[in-house]
Design a protein around this ligand. Structure first.
Ligand SMILES: NC(=O)c1ccc[n+]([C@@H]2O[C@H](COP(=O)([O-])OP(=O)(O)OC[C@H]3O[C@@H](n4cnc5c(N)ncnc54)[C@H](OP(=O)(O)O)[C@@H]3O)[C@@H](O)[C@H]2O)c1
Length: 274
């Protein structure tokens, strides 16, 4: 197979590993993200290791019109991806009323608008040709409201819902849409979102490679929605069905809270102990 895959957010984490997995399947690639040097390094490595053709496009997909400009460039170069992997995304920790509104708006444009527009621009051709695969990276966060990451959770609710609806619409067309829902995963995501000290990011997390392999295999099987990891599967398929929604929201809020800084004992006590 040397099918061309367009992968957004390929400069780190899950997107980077998806690019490696696709190259291991002898697939050609268009890599998109803002950090061009990283994309160029990865492209060199994949060309050398797997003999695949790799194109690099440094783009800020949170800019209005970015998806249309990207597809126009692909058209000019006569590049027709048979696989679209909408992976680029970021989170942002904090209470909504205290957050930078512009940063949240950028997040919606990247996590939601760019994903929807790239899909809308590339899907009609896939349907006309009767073949194509789309893998959208959603999240378990999209299955519940997320206090202290309210906008991020809502963007992922869009990704999960939109993708499953498309998967149903496209039955019988030869085109499949898969949404991959990872839980907390080792990548640059937590640092970018200021989440490192939250309870949800403590403890062992699966690697981006594990998540990418699972997502890629699920895409090839044409699954509609997949949750990575048995613990997350149990929580999502069982926990969310039986627990009252308000209780779930309280649990999520607790998971999004940060470790309290240790309170220093009063100075008299310090002296007594010392
Ligand atoms: N890690 C987790 O715990 C977790 C859990 C569930 C879902 N997810 C989802 O998984 C996807 C990948 O995240 P990750 O964990 O791999 O995080 P990551 O290591 O931070 O990777 C994010 C990727 O998105 C790209 N990106 C960010 N802003 C962009 C922009 N404005 N334009 C173009 N590209 C942009 C980044 O590249 P540049 O900075 O070079 O632009 C990077 O390649 C995201 O959609 C995320 O929401 C992650």
């Amino acid at each position: 197979m040397s099918e061309l895959a367009l992968i957004t957010g390929a400069s780190s984490g899950i997107g980077r590993e998806l690019a490696v997995v696709h190259a291991e399947h002898r697939g050609d690639l268009v890599l998109v993200a803002r950090r061009e040097a990283r994309l160029a390094d990865l492209a060199d490595r994949l060309r050398g290791d797997h003999g695949v053709t790799v194109y690099v496009l440094d783009r800020d997909l949170s800019e209005p019109g970015a998806a249309a400009a990207l597809v126009a460039d692909l058209d000019r170069a006569d590049l027709k991806p048979a696989i679209l992997i909408n992976n680029a995304g970021f989170g942002y920790w904090g209470r909504f009323h205290e957050q930078d509104l512009a940063r949240n708006a950028r997040m919606v444009r990247l996590n939601v608008t760019a994903l929807m527009e790239l899909t809308g621009l590339l899907l009609p051709r896939m349907v006309r040709h009767g073949r194509g695969r789309i893998l959208n990276v959603g999240s378990t966060a999209g299955m519940v409201p997320g206090p202290r990451q309210s906008v991020y959770y809502a963007t992922k609710a869009f990704v999960n819902s939109f993708s499953q609806a498309l998967a149903a619409e496209l039955q019988g067309t030869g085109v499949t849409v898969t949404v991959l829902c990872p839980g907390p995963t080792e990548s640059e995501f937590a640092a970018a979102a200021d989440l490192q000290d939250t309870r949800s990011f403590r403890g062992r997390r699966p690697s981006s490679r594990e998540v990418a392999e699972y997502g890629y295999a699920s895409m090839l099987r044409g699954k509609d929605l997949v949750v990575h990891g048995w613990q997350m599967k149990t929580l999502m398929y069982l926990g969310l069905r039986v627990a009252p929604r308000r209780a779930v929201i309280r649990v999520v809020e607790r998971l999004q809270s940060k470790r309290e800084a240790p309170v220093a004992p009063p100075s008299g006590e310090r002296r007594r102990r010392g």
